[in-house]
Design a protein around this ligand. Sequence first.
Ligand SMILES: *Cc1c(COP(=O)(O)O)cnc(C)c1O
Length: 419
Amino acid sequence: MSAEIWHPFTQHGLGEPIPEVVKAEGAVLYTEDGREVIDAISSWWVQTHGHCHPRIVSAIQQQSAKLDQIIFAGWTHEPARQLAEGLSGFLPAGLDHIFFSDSGSTAVEVALKMALGFWHNQGSSRNRILVMDHSYHGDTIGAMSIGARGVFNQAYAPLLFDVGSIPFPEQGNERAALDALTAFCADEDNPPAALIVEPLVLGAGGMKIYSPETLAEMHRICRAHDVLFIADEVMTGWGRTGTLFACEQAGITPDILCMAKGLTGGVIPLALTAASAPIYDAHFSKDRAKTFFHSSSFTANPIACAAASANLQIWRDEPVQQRIDHIISCHQQFAEKLKKQANVSAIRQCGTILAFEIDDSAGNYMSALGPALLQFFAQRNILLRPLGNSIYIMPPYCITDEQLSAIYSVITDAIDHFS
Ligand SMILES: *Cc1c(COP(=O)(O)O)cnc(C)c1O
């Protein structure tokens, strides 16, 4: 008898079908029962250039035959060095120290530990983390602690640490968020260690978008009060928001930046946390007690590093930005059409991400509309995964006009069907 697979974010008790994928290429998934499915959410926000890009495939093949895995404490290797060299042309200036891990959640945990270590190693007791309402930073205990609380983490609430929460900067009411941030920063009895945000777009929180000006202002407030600024670019990084990193649009360099998903083109797990010189310097010492005490077995896995270098090469050699700009303009045209639909609201776009709400009186994640939509799209061979009644598109950049049209058309059908 085979062991039974327990899938993530899946209620097996509902008996919903789980299709099997046998092959993928570009934006298309091929299922075992002969269907071709368009991947409209980049396989959960990770794929940037599309599935099985030959350059990344080849980098993985070559590296895996040469050096597969090696301890990274006290040892190094060419793929890591090469990636570090290459990244210097991509990372925001001033983020010169990179620490590897294996997922977005661990990149965030590393960022939190770096921030606390920064203060601790200087004899400061600052340890409070500030967060934004509706944020998502991952599913490990620390990452859940700084994320939105709800049904997803109710059972684990006793393990989660306390944070200071500022409201989401709703358009037109940004002041409330900025004032709350200022109040936390100015609290001399409990001065914060760091603010962590998803820059410009809150992904799992429902594709909530706020302006670059607000992001810049939050950064300015933190600076003015010596509060570290952590940007979680795990989802927004690698072109999703129209620029390589979302922080660019605000003209800011965070003290710490987390990336994962698109770092290898979304092919193989690799994450990194980039830190500014002061963060690194606070750990640099002859004193072993000030060491950055973090590791995971597969830190800087050579195969993953080679895949990430291939990703950089694709960004250098292929018209990636043009592809992104093209998706942006296609989305804009579709958004205009959506505006004419009666039961659609909150149409919003940030770069290659287009989102809107289908009006629904219950209007929450557990509402029946979400699963019904999911099924509607699945039956029409489109991989879309609404967040409650929020539908969003986040395609890989290789998507063709034909595939985009197919996605838009199925969405239009869904709006008609559910109205
Ligand atoms: C997906 C995501 C994470 C977690 O990344 P994993 O690789 O799934 O652990 C963290 N932060 C943000 C903003 C994300 O979208």
